[in-house]
Design a protein around this ligand. Structure first.
Ligand code: SAM
Length: 272
């Protein structure tokens, strides 16, 4: 284990390790060791990128094009899905992530698509130490922001995103509909299937400051992610506090009010 800016950076283990009390694991640094190679490989093998592209449609491309945005920083690259989609659509994309494991996978995925990713290994909380220049847009997608467990980290990360944007830049950040999950009704037991019925994700445990999800794969293997359950209005408030002037929140890619009970929200926050 090495220390970087006071945060522990763990080399990814082969298996996930939440210690004796998994529900007590509520640290923003944990994400690096949650994405063990076995989990990431399996995820990418089973989630059909074409199906995912189909379900999202042109939503992100249209949001960016409508505002004439060209340079995009993907701060949660993961295995590269959105970076690659946007590169194919002609955007100038820089791909960042705090997990070196993820970036390596994204780079290989891009190569398989005859594309070259510009990658930067960077944690959001000190993003501008490693990412230079200002961008038209930042994307933080795939329910990634929920990895930050402490409010000071959420505020710090958003301030870093804000600073990395041009004066009229936009941030596109998505999240699960945690209001629904925290509601404690049947919805809290709802299983989400990712692009087909191969991978399911369901809340294993939920309280006001932890949503522990279980991911089940066809071979019987299970992995977990410990997330912070972001309420929609809380996220909007944080975006406003950091200085974004306009925030549009879409439910399952529909404009406000059009989808009453969405699984996901996408916030589009405009600096000016
Ligand atoms: N956007 C991708 C997608 O939709 O497939 C990946 C989503 S994955 C759920 C979350 C990603 O956020 C992981 O690649 C993880 O390493 C990254 N991440 C989480 N917390 C981070 C942090 N503090 N700084 C940088 N990256 C972080």
């Amino acid at each position: 284990m090495k220390e970087e800016n006071g945060a522990s950076v763990f080399a990814p283990e082969k298996t996930q390790d939440y210690g004796e009390d998994p529900k007590a694991v509520r640290q923003s640094d944990k994400y690096v060791s949650e994405y063990v190679r076995g989990f990431v490989n399996k995820w990418d093998e089973l989630i059909d990128w074409d199906a995912r592209a189909k379900s999202e449609g042109r939503f992100f491309i249209d949001v960016l094009k409508a505002r004439d945005k060209k340079s995009v920083l993907d701060v949660a690259t993961g295995t590269g899905f959105h970076s690659i989609q946007l590169l194919k659509a002609g955007f100038d994309v820089t791909s960042a992530d705090g997990s070196a494991e993820m970036l390596a996978m994204a780079f290989d995925n891009a190569k398989d698509n005859d594309l070259m990713l510009k990658t930067v290994h960077a944690d959001w909380r000190w993003l501008n130490k490693d990412v230079h220049g200002k961008f038209d847009a930042i994307i933080c997608l795939g329910n990634s922001f929920t990895h930050l467990h402490e409010e000071k980290d959420r505020r710090r990360a958003l301030a870093e995103f804000y600073a990395a944007l041009k004066h009229d830049g936009i941030l596109i950040l998505d999240q699960r509909n945690y209001d629904k999950i925290l509601g404690g009704n049947d919805a809290s037991k709802h299983k989400y299937y990712y692009c087909g019925d191969q991978v399911s994700a369901e809340p294993d445990y939920v309280d006001d400051t932890l949503a522990r999800f279980k991911y089940s794969f066809p071979d019987g293997s299970e992995y977990f992610l410990n997330m912070f359950p972001l309420r929609k209005d809380y996220t909007r408030g944080l975006l406003r506090d950091v200085g974004f002037q306009q925030i549009h929140s879409y439910g399952d890619f529909q404009a406000e009010g059009e989808e009453s009970d969405p699984d996901f929200f996408v916030h589009v926050a405009e600096k000016s």
